[in-house]
Design a protein around this ligand. Structure first.
Ligand code: HEM
Length: 432
């Protein structure tokens, strides 16, 4: 995959600028990389809102950051981001044995069989939606994908959801607003918090009802999570169990943003359409979408156990920011990182520290996203279904603001005149 091995930084220069908060907001996804290039170092120290922080990118930084037990996410991420995306006392906030135990449950809930069931439900939802597209002059792809994902996730998890389009639209809006609000300080944040409260109320009631009267679906993810106990064997407070359940629903809807990017890549590179019949191409394309397009910009962690790295002592409580986007586009790891090229994943060795769109390292030992394989599978399914359609991409604003978290094409990708493709065009690879 990558052209050369980047050595670990040998020292960590201090950024000769004042507080970096404004620059970070202004430059967004590019903030860390630009400074690394300028300083000739993959790590630098600065302050953000008066708080000292070491920003780092690259494989060695990811290895340092994902060393088991070294960092906690507690007190590292801004509280509103935690509140919107994970909820307090969720798996992301746990450390040590408590984390290990909870994470094992997520890995089990999201194993290969569960992923296959989720994808099957998603495909059914997606096909039902796309069957109606020929009757509509235009559709907004991100909205369509999010609704199909939400409907599938509810069903898969055993969470009752309305059968009507308006009902599903409302539930999807709540989950999507939490994702939208997480990187904002203004109205998007307020809306996200308001809709999260509404969502939580319903999920708390579901958890309570599953505890009071376990129904026939005793082994649904919702029922299992409702009965979750902590590492001392105590039943979780209802709110915490509700957060744990939301952690299966919300990130599934987030996959819609990457499905949108995948369709955008298809639009930008029509010459690649013919390649999907090749074995493995669909998966390579999906990997490249997750590498190339911006989503989670960075991860913040606070040191738990002191350690030395790059000639510096890190003490308990120190704050470190690992640049995910910058690592996925690091020029020493990726040849021509700014070029969309799925073939770079031919013979890829699965490096858990150089390609980190959903976190680095080991799934069980650290916080790396347990939904990574389901994400890939859902994206592959969506892309496969898109390739079965003919559609136009009318004029629209496809710019991707780099200082908006999370970002995406401004228009959310509008497709026009969608209808089933003539067989010759439907070159869909059935295999990964
Ligand atoms: C667009 C797709 C997704 C992206 C970009 C994404 C990204 C991430 C990232 C960056 C982390 C934090 C890693 C860390 O702190 O080291 C994470 C954690 C997590 N993700 Fe995902 N994720 C996605 C999809 C999913 C899906 C589909 C699920 C489940 C259905 C999921 C469930 C979780 C959970 C439970 C955690 C916390 C894990 C822990 O703390 O150990 N994610 N995800």
């Amino acid at each position: 995959m990558g052209p050369v091995q980047a050595p670990p930084p040998t020292s960590i220069p201090h950024l000769p600028e004042g507080d970096s908060a404004l620059a970070f907001l202004r430059e967004g996804y590019n903030f860390v990389s630009r400074r690394c290039e300028r300083l000739g170092s993959d790590a630098f120290s600065t302050t953000i809102l008066g708080r000292p922080v070491v920003c780092a990118r690259g494989r060695e930084a990811a290895r340092m950051f994902s060393h088991p037990g070294r960092f906690t996410r507690r007190g590292a991420t801004p509280p509103t981001v935690t509140r919107l995306l994970q909820g307090r006392h969720s798996v992301h906030q746990l450390d040590g044995t408590a984390h290990h135990q909870r994470k094992a449950l997520y890995m089990q809930l999201l194993d290969a069989g569960a992923t296959a069931r989720l994808v099957e439900l998603f495909s059914r939802q997606w096909r039902a939606r796309t069957a109606a597209w020929p009757r509509r002059p235009e559709v907004e792809l991100q909205t369509e994908a999010e609704r199909a994902l939400a409907a599938a996730a509810f069903r898969w998890a055993g969470v009752p959801a309305p059968a009507t389009e308006a009902g599903i639209a409302g539930r999807t809006r709540e989950l999507a607003a939490m994702i939208e609000g997480a990187g904002s300080l203004g109205p998007r944040l307020v809306r996200g918090l308001r809709l999260r409260r509404r969502h939580e109320k319903r999920i708390r009631a579901l958890v309570q009802s599953l505890r009071d009267a376990p129904g026939p679906q005793l082994d649904s993810p919702a029922a299992l999570v409702a009965r979750l106990r902590d590492e001392y064997g105590t039943l979780l407070p209802v709110q915490q169990a509700a957060n744990a359940l939301t952690n299966l629903l919300l990130p599934t809807v987030a996959v819609g943003r990457w499905i949108t990017f995948a369709a955008l890549a298809l639009h930008r590179h029509p010459e690649l359409r013919g390649r999907f019949a090749e074995p493995g191409y669909l998966q390579r394309f999906v990997h490249e979408v997750r590498r190339f397009y911006p989503f989670v910009p960075a991860l913040a962690g606070r040191v738990r156990e002191p350690f030395d790295w790059a000639g510096r002592r890190f003490e308990a409580g120190d704050l470190v920011l690992l640049d995910l986007y910058g690592t996925n586009r690091h020029p020493a790891l990726w040849e021509e990182p700014g070029r969309f090229n799925p073939d770079r994943f031919i013979g890829w060795n699965g490096d858990p520290h150089g390609f980190i769109p959903q976190g680095a390292g080991d799934y069980l030992e650290d916080h790396r996203c347990p939904g990574e394989n389901p994400t890939i599978a859902l994206m592959m399914a969506a892309l496969g279904h898109l390739l079965e359609l003919d559609y136009s991409v009318p004029r629209q604003d496809l710019r991707i603001p780099m200082n908006r978290f999370p970002t995406g094409p401004r228009s959310r990708l509008i497709l026009g005149r969608a209808r089933p493709a003539r067989p010759a065009h439907a070159a869909v690879a059935a295999t990964a």
